[in-house]
Design a protein around this ligand. Structure first.
Ligand code: GLN
Length: 539
């Protein structure tokens, strides 16, 4: 930490959702980091769920998991991938979390005699959560992204808390970045600023004046248009940024830097912009992503294939790993519910690698097992993650060991061969929220295994999110038949990685490597899997 006390940046959105507030927040963080400041990012989500752990991925996309075992919004994945910071439970706050703690305090009698209200009790709790990160004394700048769109009933308490904090902390210690959309009217060929003006008015009605506007657009914005927006929204013309669609999200920090967003932010926060940002390695990465030497097709077999956001961390990990291998990974989403032994060759036969995705429940499981068998029997590089690893174990038990009804007890509790079983610690757990085995656990890898070779070490920590595990009662039989435990938890002996040494590249991990891949440190297993896919394709 360089500054004597932390500064705060708030990021809000207007006009429409899904404009990319998470990417803008992560880009600002990356630019400030590149100028030598320590930064963290927090997301405030207006929904009432305590966390997104029990949400279907079709609601808000993937559920991300932090090192400390919190199930969070997928934007935290962007924060980590852009900045390599490690986020924690403090980095994602929902309305549910706020109300839960206020109601718990009320029950304990902490407000004895008082009527508990949205203002001040809920807003005080929100302000406490925002400042908690500042109190760690680790960060020069805390960026807080407010989910939803300004004007939503749900986000009002968050907006009011930002208003109060700006007043209390001082306007030179806080900055407000507002992201909006400039729609293009094809019929008249015009870009329209009115929705932006209205959305800034909505902010003003709530007592907030934005310092910086970031305008999402599909077409370049003229100087006149920017001046007009500046004039009608009380913002300096140089603080109006264009955020035009780019081929890769990783280009956004560079586009923002070209428009001096980092300098403008620093000047609003009264921080000297002495050091030019060092963006050389970032630029080199973006160049690699944009101009790959070759392409390779990999199938992602899962049941949430209609919404690629459901597998965000996996698809981003492939971008990082592709850059290392100088290739573009074309991910083909294959719906496991539609995959059968009859059509598998047609669907997967031309792919250079097959990844079977994480997931829950019975739906689509047969297709996943079919995909595993196809990869195993045809020597196609295979990567199974969490449920994907469990499917690999079930497939091996059925088709190699001959245990016809082998299954996970999650799918069939009465199976005579429960090769995937409920973990001891999960027996007796009935509540669904936040009760899985979550977050970082150590894993010891077998010397000489594919995974040890990929990581270049035999001791790693990876993040988990599951209730079921490989049933070690069967381990000897699996190993005798050619599937080995290549990684185990050193404390509990749980099998975390399986491999088939005879196969060119067949790896299943109970943990989720995708949560730890970043631009700075692409995940070694994704890098090795893509390398194996390239080798297979070139053969
Ligand atoms: N449903 C499986 C379990 O709970 C796998 C979970 C996952 O893939 N994240 O163990």
């Amino acid at each position: 930490m360089k500054l004597s006390k932390p500064k705060y940046i708030f990021v809000t959105g207007g006009v429409a959702s899904s404009l990319g507030k998470g990417i803008i927040s992560a880009s600002i963080a990356r630019l400030l980091q590149a100028r030598g400041y320590s930064v963290t990012i927090q997301k405030l989500d207006p929904y009432i769920n305590v966390d997104p752990g029990t949400l279907n991925p079709y609601e808000h996309g993937e559920c991300y998991v932090t090192e400390d075992g919190t199930e969070t919004d997928l934007d935290l994945g962007h924060y980590e991938r852009f900045t390599s910071i490690t986020t924690t439970r403090a980095n994602n706050v929902t309305t549910g979390k706020i109300y839960k703690s206020v109601i718990e305090k009320e029950r304990k009698g902490e407000y004895l005699g008082k009527t508990v209200q949205v203002i001040p009790h809920i807003t005080d709790e929100i302000k406490r959560r925002i400042q908690m990160l500042g109190q760690t004394k680790q960060y020069d700048v805390i960026i807080t992204e407010i989910g939803g769109t300004v004007g939503d009933i749900e986000s009002l308490p968050f907006i009011e808390s930002v208003r109060q904090l700006r007043y209390q902390l001082g306007y030179r210690n806080t900055a407000l970045v507002h992201l909006t959309l400039i729609p293009f009217m094809a019929a008249s060929g015009e870009l329209k600023t009115k929705p932006t003006q209205h959305s800034v008015k909505a902010l003003l009605e709530n007592g907030l004046q934005p310092d910086i506007l970031v305008l999402r657009t599909e077409h370049p914005l003229t100087r006149e248009l920017r001046r007009k927006v500046a004039l009608f929204c009380n913002v300096d013309p140089e603080a109006v940024m264009e955020s035009i669609d780019v081929p890769t999200i990783y280009e956004v920090p560079l586009r923002m830097h070209e428009q001096h967003l980092d300098e403008v932010v620093l000047s609003k926060l009264d921080i000297p912009a002495e050091q030019e940002p060092d963006l050389d390695t970032w630029r080199a990465f973006v160049e690699k992503v944009k101009h790959p030497g070759s392409t390779v097709e990999i199938a992602l077999v899962g049941k949430y294939t209609e919404l690629p956001d459901a597998y965000k961390s996996i698809s981003e990990s492939f971008i990082h790993a592709g850059a290392v291998n100088d290739c573009k990974v074309r991910l083909r989403y294959v719906n496991s519910e539609k995959l059968t032994p009859e059509n598998v060759a047609e669907q997967l036969g031309d792919k250079a690698g097959i990844l079977v995705a994480p997931g829950f429940g019975n739906r689509g499981i047969d297709g996943k097992i079919t995909a595993v068998r196809f990869a195993r029997e045809n020597g196609i590089p295979f990567f199974g993650i969490c449920l994907g690893m469990q499917c690999a174990v079930i497939e091996f038990a059925r088709n190699v060991l001959g245990f016809e009804d082998a299954n996970s007890v999650e799918m069939e509790s009465s199976t005579t061969h429960p090769v995937i079983d409920l973990m001891e610690e999960q027996k007796g757990v009935t509540a669904k929220g936040g009760t899985m085995r979550l977050g970082g656990y150590p894993c010891s890898l077998v010397e000489g295994s594919k995974v040890a070779e990929a990581y270049g070490t035999t001791s790693v920590t990876e993040r988990h999110r599951h209730r079921y595990e490989f049933n070690s009662d069967y381990l000897a039989q699996f190993e005798a038949a050619g599937m080995r435990a290549a990684g185990v938890n050193p404390d509990t002996g749980l099998v975390e990685v399986v491999e088939i040494p005879e196969h060119p590249w067949f790896v299943g991990t109970q943990y989720h490597p995708e949560y730890k891949s970043t631009v700075r440190t692409p995940h070694p297993l994704f890098v090795a899997f893509v390398a194996a896919a390239l080798k297979y394709r070139n053969k």
